[in-house]
Design a protein around this ligand. Structure first.
Ligand SMILES: *[C@@H]1O[C@H](CO)[C@@H](O)[C@H](O)[C@H]1NC(C)=O
Ligand SMILES: *[C@@H]1O[C@H](CO)[C@@H](O)[C@H](O)[C@H]1NC(C)=O
Ligand SMILES: *[C@@H]1O[C@H](CO)[C@@H](O)[C@H](O)[C@H]1NC(C)=O
Ligand SMILES: *[C@@H]1O[C@H](CO)[C@@H](O)[C@H](O)[C@H]1NC(C)=O
Ligand SMILES: *[C@@H]1O[C@H](CO)[C@@H](O)[C@H](O)[C@H]1NC(C)=O
Ligand SMILES: *[C@@H]1O[C@H](CO)[C@@H](O)[C@H](O)[C@H]1NC(C)=O
Ligand SMILES: *[C@@H]1O[C@H](CO)[C@@H](O)[C@H](O)[C@H]1NC(C)=O
Ligand SMILES: *[C@@H]1O[C@H](CO)[C@@H](O)[C@H](O)[C@H]1NC(C)=O
Length: 899
């Protein structure tokens, strides 16, 4: 009986399989559609040969990206995303009369317009042209696609819309993305889309929307909306009332606009809201207590507003909250256990640049297990927080600048060995680490009070920054330590400690090193040859120690070296030939050594050079005449910005970056450059025995900011071409034998705030300009024949000074002119710093979004990117803002580490 049943079943199975395959075999693709697809392919450019399966011999329903109906064999879908396609889109597509789904996203149509015939593809329900580099006017014919459910035109390269009237025909739209499409010509955009009762997702980020558009809406019918992204527009108003009718919202982003006013209590109505991003706006006042009603909320980002008051304890009711970001505001008061009562799902906390302090019991057991904890410059100390021990899943810990003044407790290092990244910089944490084996991918203990011998490292450590502590003892046990595997260390910064002894010949154990900073210790001896085995080395700083001898020629093997800083040692010999031929070099800092010989003219090959400092050596001979070949200096920080690869100065990791720093002697004062180092263009050849004249070629370096040739034996006149150095901020030619008149064109240098031509043989009248007359007379001292303001010596009749244009204010407060001029530079640098960051951020985001198309992931990426952006750039932005407050504050801008 059983056998019989089994037999019947088997027969049935066989029959159905045969039937199915028969049917499939009968269904071959429609010949007319096949020809249409071949014409379509023919007009496309397919450099990666992604459409190789589209061959006339094969059934077109089996071609890559082509999907046919399993009933009629007619083509229903074309899925051609991310195939590097370009060229022309052939109207042959119109022959696919049942095509329902067309995806050409993430291709490269090189700025061509969206073909208007797409509007005649009447059966389309899904059209995705995201990130396909279409440009120009969005064709109004798309309004004919009345059955469209999904329309994505986001992130192309310059699409715009004149009139969105056509969109009102797309009444069944569920998903609309116009991200980065310029909608500013269309005031009624929102009215048009607000008609759609079934619209569920609306993406309008970076559309140049302004307040006139958002406030013109008196009603809204898109009551099914669950996703609304208005980020990165120019909306400058209070949160509009119509928003609060959208009770179904799950995702709301208003970030990076100029929204103002208070965050209304009615916010609490969004009971389905899972993601709320109000960051980078101008909301002021307190966070409404109704925030505790957002019971579905998973992510909350209120970064960078003008919020004040204390954190409402109702936050403690957000039992679904997974990520919280607060900071750069004026909020104050305690953060206590009550704020976290039910927050058992919390994984990410970032609270920085606020005046909060943590006030929790020492035996607090938080309800959450965090993965990311970033609390910088918010007071946690002075005691090391004991509750940290309860966090078993941490992968990222940032307690920098958090007021901890304590010895790191015994449990900490064992606990910490499982954390991927640790940032504890700028506290007063003390302790000895000789028994500790550091095991973190990135560990930054810089600017604390750690002392004793250096810790040991596991092979997992990639970045070790323990600069500016009190570590002492000989360095060689650290250098030559036995390790359980091959070290992955890329960045080693042990600068500004009290380490001593010679650096041993153990560099072959550290083959991954890219950045080494051992500056400002008590190290001595010669550079060992094995350092040349570090073939990936990009930056080497050994400044301010007692090294001596020649620079070993083995370093020639470091083929990608971008920064070499050997200043303030006792190195001697000639400038090594390999240095002046290493064309990857951007920074050469050999100041205050005993180098002799000439400046080899081969140095002119270094077209990426931004800082050249040979000051205070025994160099002789003439300055090479070819310095105009330093093209990074000729172009300057702004024009050259996207052409130059700065990775020798900065290395980026997931959420952090390590930046090289350099102390430069500028305007008679030492300043540390770090965040803005890449924008510096400087030449300092002062205090050598250089002779001859100043080569006129040097004046064509129009991006140069700082030029110091003082204390040499230079002769001759200054060329009038100096007037073309439009970025020159500081010029020191003092203590040479220069003669002739100071060229009038120097008055062109509007950024010039420091000039010293003292102790030369200059003659004639000091050119008149706003700055020059406001300088200290000492800048012109020691030139017997020089006359006119600011010197007291009057010129003779025939060169009687005309009415100088010095305005009253700068005459009364000479420093004011300096300040404004200096501010000009600060502003330029700040502006490019921030805009550069935005540029890169956008590039990341696109790359990420291509990969992650799931809303949840997207939500995460948004937060992750924001965190990263803040981490890397906000502090700098803030510092730049301080330029506006005063000249003395400006020094801190330059002081990379400082706040
Ligand atoms: C045809 O395809 C649809 C999905 O596209 C599927 O649901 C259906 O079961 C298929 N029919 C047959 C007979 O395979
Ligand atoms: C808003 O519209 C008014 C009048 O139409 C106009 O004067 C104003 O400049 C517009 N504002 C913006 C931000 O476009
Ligand atoms: C909004 O929708 C309602 C019902 O769907 C409809 O009666 C009303 O006319 C719509 N309003 C507008 C302005 O479209
Ligand atoms: C918050 O700032 C407003 C001014 O914007 C001020 O009137 C108010 O007193 C401040 N509130 C607190 C608690 O500091
Ligand atoms: C070191 O970290 C790795 C992960 O990076 C972990 O697997 C390992 O257990 C840690 N070792 C110690 C001794 O903590
Ligand atoms: C090295 O590895 C061995 C076994 O793999 C382990 O027992 C030992 O603790 C490790 N040493 C260090 C310093 O990590
Ligand atoms: C100085 O500026 C004036 C006008 O601003 C310009 O005509 C002249 O060429 C400049 N001189 C030099 C040397 O660049
Ligand atoms: C310079 O000239 C001014 C007026 O032009 C006069 O008051 C002053 O006394 C003169 N100074 C000297 C040192 O001759």
């Amino acid at each position: 009986m059983r056998k019989a049943i089994r037999g019947v079943l088997l027969l049935w199975f066989l029959c159905s399989t045969i039937l199915r395959s028969c049917r499939a075999n009968n269904l071959v693709c429609n010949e007319k559609e096949k020809q249409a697809l071949l014409s379509f392919k023919h007009a496309l450019l397919d450099p990666a040969n992604q459409l190789s399966s589209w061959s006339i011999k094969e059934d077109c329903c089996g071609w890559r990206g082509v999907h046919c109906s399993n009933v009629t064999a007619r083509v229903l879908k074309l899925e051609l995303a991310e195939m590097n396609l370009g060229g022309e889109i052939s109207p042959a597509l119109l022959k696919l009369e049942f095509l329902d789904h067309l995806d050409l996203s993430s291709n490269d149509f090189k700025g061509s317009p969206i073909p208007s015939f797409l509007g005649s593809m009447g059966s389309l329900r899904y059209l995705n042209l995201n990130d396909a580099r279409f440009a120009g006017l969005v064709p109004h014919q798309l309004g004919n696609l009345s059955t469209l459910r999904h329309l994505d035109l986001g992130y192309n390269s310059g699409l715009y819309v004149e009139n969105l009237g056509w969109i009102s025909h797309l009444a069944f739209l569920k998903y609309l993305s116009m991200d980065s499409v310029d909608l500013h010509r269309e005031v009624h955009w929102l009215e048009s889309v607000s008609m759609f009762p079934s619209l569920s997702e609306l993406h309008l980020s970076e559309c140049k929307l302004d307040s006139n558009m958002t406030s013109s809406l008196g009603y809204d019918n898109f009551t099914s909306l669950t996703f609304l992204d208005l980020s990165e527009n120019k909306i400058n108003q209070e949160m509009p009332n119509w928003l609060f009718n959208l009770s179904s919202l799950a995702f709301l982003s208003l970030s990076e606009n100029q929204f103002k006013g208070q965050i209304p209590e009615s916010l609490g109505h969004f009971k389905y809201l899972e993601y709320l991003d109000l960051s980078f706006n101008s909301f002021h006042g307190p966070i409404p207590t109704s925030i505790g009603n957002l019971s579905s909320l998973r992510e909350l980002n209120l970064y960078y507003n003008r919020l004040n008051g204390t954190l409402p304890t109702s936050m403690g009711r957000l039992s679904n909250l997974m990520a919280l970001a607060l900071g750069y505001d004026s909020m104050t008061g305690a953060i206590s256990e009550a704020h976290f009562t039910t927050l058992s799902k919390l994984e990410t906390v970032q609270i920085s640049e606020t005046s909060f302090f943590f006030n929790v019991k020492s035996n607090w057991t938080p309800p959450f297990q965090l993965q990311f904890l970033l609390i910088s410059s918010c007071k946690i100390g002075p005691k090391f927080p004991a509750w940290l021990q309860t966090q078993k899943s941490l992968s990222y810990l940032d307690f920098s600048r958090s007021g901890i003044e304590d010895t790191a407790p015994n449990w900490f290092w064992k606990f910490a060995s499982y954390i991927d990244q640790i940032h504890l910089s700028n506290n007063r944490i003390s302790g000895d680490l000789p028994q500790v084996v550091l095991n973190n991918t990135i560990i930054d203990l810089s600017s604390n009070c750690f002392s004793g011998r250096l810790p040991r490292l596991s092979p997992n450590v990639v970045v070790l920054n323990i600069a500016n502590n009190s570590f002492s003892g000989p360095i060689s046990p650290f250098m030559c330590q036995k390790m359980n595997g091959t070290s992955k260390l890329e960045v080693l910064d042990i600068s500004t400690n009290a380490l001593s002894g010679e650096i041993s010949d153990c560099w072959m154990h550290w083959q991954s090193l890219i950045h080494i900073n051992m500056g400002s210790n008590n190290l001595s001896g010669k550079i060992p040859n094995s350092m040349g085995s570090l073939v990936g080395l990009k930056a080497l700083s050994l400044h301010n120690n007692s090294f001596y001898g020649d620079v070993p020629s083995s370093l020639e093997n470091c083929k990608v070296l971008g920064l070499i800083n050997l200043s303030d040692n006792k190195f001697s010999g000639i400038i090594p030939r390999w240095i002046v031929e290493r064309t990857t070099l951007m920074v050469i800092h050999l100041r205050s050594n005993k180098f002799n010989g000439i400046i080899p003219p081969q140095i002119c090959q270094l077209s990426s050079l931004i800082v050249l400092d040979f000051a205070d050596n025994n160099l002789s001979g003439e300055i090479p005449k070819c310095l105009n070949n330093f093209s990074a200096m000729a172009e300057g920080p702004i024009r050259g910005q996207y052409d130059i690869w700065y990775d020798a100065l900065e290395v980026k990791y997931d959420y952090e970056s390590y930046m090289e720093s350099l102390v430069l002697d500028i305007k008679g004062r030492e300043s540390e450059y770090k965040e803005i180092l890449k924008y510096v263009r400087a030449i300092d050849l002062s205090s050598n025995n250089l002779s001859g004249s100043i080569p006129v070629e040097i004046f064509s370096l129009s991006g140069l900011q700082f030029l110091n040739l003082s204390c040499n034996h230079l002769r001759g006149m200054i060329s009038a071409k100096i007037g073309g150095m439009e970025y020159l901020e500081s010029l020191d030619l003092s203590r040479n034998r220069l003669s002739g008149e100071i060229p009038q064109s120097i008055a062109n240098l509007t950024f010039l705030s420091y000039l010293n031509v003292s102790y030369n043989n200059f003659s004639g009248r000091i050119p008149s300009s706003t700055q020059l007359q406001s300088l200290d007379p000492l800048s012109f001292f020691g030139n017997a024949e020089l006359c006119g303001a600011p010197l007291t010596k009057n010129c003779t009749k025939d060169e009687e000074p005309q009415d100088t244009n010095t305005d009253e204010e700068s005459r009364e407060h000479p420093e004011i002119a300096w300040f404004y001029i200096g501010m000009g530079t600060g502003f330029v640098v700040g502006f490019w710093g921030v805009c550069g960051a935005l540029f890169f951020k956008r590039a990341w985001r696109h790359a990420y979004f291509r990969v992650l198309d799931d809303m949840k992931d997207r939500v995460y990426v948004v937060i992750a990117l924001r965190l990263k952006w803040l981490q890397n750039n906000l502090r700098r932005y803030f510092l730049d803002l301080r330029c506006l407050r005063g000249r003395s504050e400006r020094e801190k801008v330059m002081d990379g580490g400082g706040t």
